[in-house]
Ligand binder design. Structure first.
Ligand code: ASP
Length: 583
């Protein structure tokens, strides 16, 4: 038997017992007469003690060991003279009488401590060492726990976990596919699933009624901090379900996770239409941990001779409470922020509501005190507040103001990672116009149903942009953690949708024929949703990036720096696959 106990479980009640522990050498201290080793495993750290007087040979052996050696120690649990109250095993140590080196270790490139000195690249290259560190290990433990909670919850609600294929047909809608050449079918390719969307709909046609899967998905998109080329979804689908049923079910799941993991209770999650979210927050994933809602100012801001306001489609602002004492330098920094290319505003107008009731603004030339008062009233501002205003084309300006709002929320400490503000955003537009390709795209995917009251607009091409979808997102703290929709299960409606997307009948059949065929054999009304599992975990773990919740993530260029992939393959492999690589 390698071990009788782990390094995290022995305490004062075990004194006198003979135990065998295994683990890694975290650190050793040579105090002359005594040598101590901290032995670490997944469960904790236990101190091993070696006494020069009672066992000089063993003590000498212990002194020669390096960091991260893998050890097995046999000894007696004794009470420590100097106790460590910071760790659960801090009251005891092991008086070692047998020490076996199970394996040696090179000196690791960074120390295995909570705050590593590794740096990102090094951590990723030696990820197996990084995972030995507590913070990363805890994240993976949280992920496991959440996966178990999800499985149990959904299983108790009669959902079946069913695996769907990884090698599927490429579809050009949505993001770019990762493709896999087929050796046995020269010139033909599989795609890796961007999501199991069509298969889960087929499972509904198959009568499986409630499906879920914690499933890997692949999208060949440009990477950002919170994106990975492969990521995990909690993918779900239900038959005979309306929007209300889906929102209820998955709000229930989210609440269950909050209760079990964070011991937090929530009432009904607020709901906001997409239009409302855009109007009040300039985002379809508003962070509602704090207010600072947008206030539209056209009526009080225009007609005063300030040409930028007068010529703008929208004048809109936020009120930063208690910020009237912002200095010139702070205001300049905010102006620089909105002018950054990532935000793209032309400039920033401010109005200070001074503590004495007077106003000071960057547009004093055009706005007298009365006019500024009218602006302040629109905001419901009070003395001591600072109003920040942008103007321009409506949607663009809202998106710019969203960046400023989040920036201000951050500066004012209003985006606390330990606070959670979930909501549903509903009634997304069905179709989205793309200037570049001059056509409509499905905002969610081509199988999303329009709201029944908007269905007739599918017959009016000039109104396609106005059609609302029965689609919904679950948003927590400004992060889209999940989304889904009611599906089209009617062949005629589906054809109209393809038509709006610019697909001929033949093209639609070529792409989605198997699904369309299935729909002619009694497809039940169905609906579903998928959570981004990595994001959900990082949110619950209080982190911004999903990377540390994935055991072996890719870097920002989509590379696995540990295994050095992607990598060229041999000419023989290329030949077998009938692939000719351009030089
Ligand atoms: N398949 C969708 C997605 O990946 C989610 C859904 O509609 O269920 O976004």
């Amino acid at each position: 038997m390698y071990r009788t106990n782990t390094c995290g479980e022995l305490n004062i009640n075990n004194v006198g017992q003979t135990v065998t522990l295994c683990g890694w050498l975290q650190r050793s201290r040579d105090l002359g007469g005594m040598t101590f080793i901290d032995l670490r495993d997944r469960y904790g750290i236990t101190q091993l003690a070696f006494n020069m007087e009672t066992n000089a040979e063993l003590c000498e052996k212990a002194r020669r060991l390096g960091r991260e050696y893998v050890l097995q120690a046999v000894g007696t649990v004794i009470e420590r003279s100097s106790k460590n109250s910071k760790i659960p095993t801090g009251e005891i140590e092991i008086e070692v009488r047998e020490l076996n080196i199970l394996n040696e270790s090179k000196t690791p490139p960074f120390t295995i401590e909570d705050s590593s000195d590794g740096g990102d690249d090094l951590r990723m290259k030696y990820r197996y060492l990084d995972i030995r560190r507590n913070p990363v290990r805890c994240n993976l433990e949280l992920r496991h726990r959440m996966a178990m909670l999800v499985r149990n919850y959904l299983s108790n609600q009669d959902f079946l976990e069913i695996e769907t294929p990884m090698l599927i047909k490429s579809t050009p809608e949505g993001a770019r596919d990762f493709v896999v050449p087929s050796r046995m079918n020269p010139g033909e390719f599989y795609a890796l699933p961007q999501s199991p969307q069509q298969y889960k709909q087929l499972l509904m046609v198959a009568g499986m009624d409630r499906y879920f899967q914690i499933v890997r998905c692949f999208r060949d998109e440009d990477l950002r901090a919170d994106r990975q080329p492969e990521f995990t979804q909690i993918d779900c689908e239900m038959s005979f379900a309306e929007q209300e049923d889906v929102l209820d079910m998955f709000e229930g799941l989210a609440k269950h996770l909050f209760k079990e993991v964070k011991d937090l209770d929530f009432g009904a999650f607020p709901r906001m239409t997409w239009h409302e979210a855009m109007r009040l927050y300039g985002s379809d994933k508003p962070d509602i941990r704090f207010g600072m809602q947008f206030v539209e100012l056209n009526d009080v801001a225009q007609g005063r001779g300030f040409s930028l306001f007068d010529g703008a489609e929208l004048v809109v602002g936020i009120n930063a409470e208690g910020c009237a004492d912002y200095t010139r330098k702070q205001l300049d920094a905010l102006t620089d922020f909105v002018k950054r290319p990532q935000v793209g505003a032309g400039g920033l107008v401010y109005v200070k509501y001074n503590a004495d009731g007077s106003f000071k603004s960057s547009v004093d030339k055009f706005f007298d005190q009365n006019a500024l008062h009218a602006v302040a009233d629109k905001f419901g501002a009070k003395p001591g507040d600072l109003m920040l205003i942008l103007c321009g084309p409506a949607m663009k300006t809202r998106v710019q103001l969203c960046s400023l709002r989040l920036e201000m929320g951050g500066r004012l400490g209003l985006r606390r990672p330990d606070q959670f503000a979930p909501l549903w955003v509903i009634d997304f537009p069905l179709l989205e116009w793309d200037e570049e390709t001059q056509r409509f795209y499905a905002m969610h995917h081509p199988f999303t149903a329009p709201k029944p009251e908007d269905e007739a607009l599918l017959d009016q091409p000039d109104r396609w942009g106005d059609i609302r979808a029965n689609a919904y997102d679950i948003v927590i703290n400004g992060v889209e953690v999940g989304g889904g929709s009611i599906r089209i299960h009617d062949r005629v409606l589906q054809n109209k949708m393809f038509h709006a997307l610019g697909f001929s009948d033949e093209k639609a059949y070529e792409q989605f024929g198997f699904l369309l065929d299935a729909f002619s054999y009694g497809a039940p009304p169905h609906a579903g949703l998928a959570f981004g599992f990595d994001r959900l975990c990082s949110l619950f773990g209080g982190a911004d990036s999903i990377r540390d919740f994935i055991a072996f993530p890719k870097n920002n260029s989509g590379r696995d720096v540990m295994s050095c992939s992607p990598a060229p393959i041999s000419q023989q492999q290329l030949d077998e696959l009938n692939i000719c690589v351009k030089q």
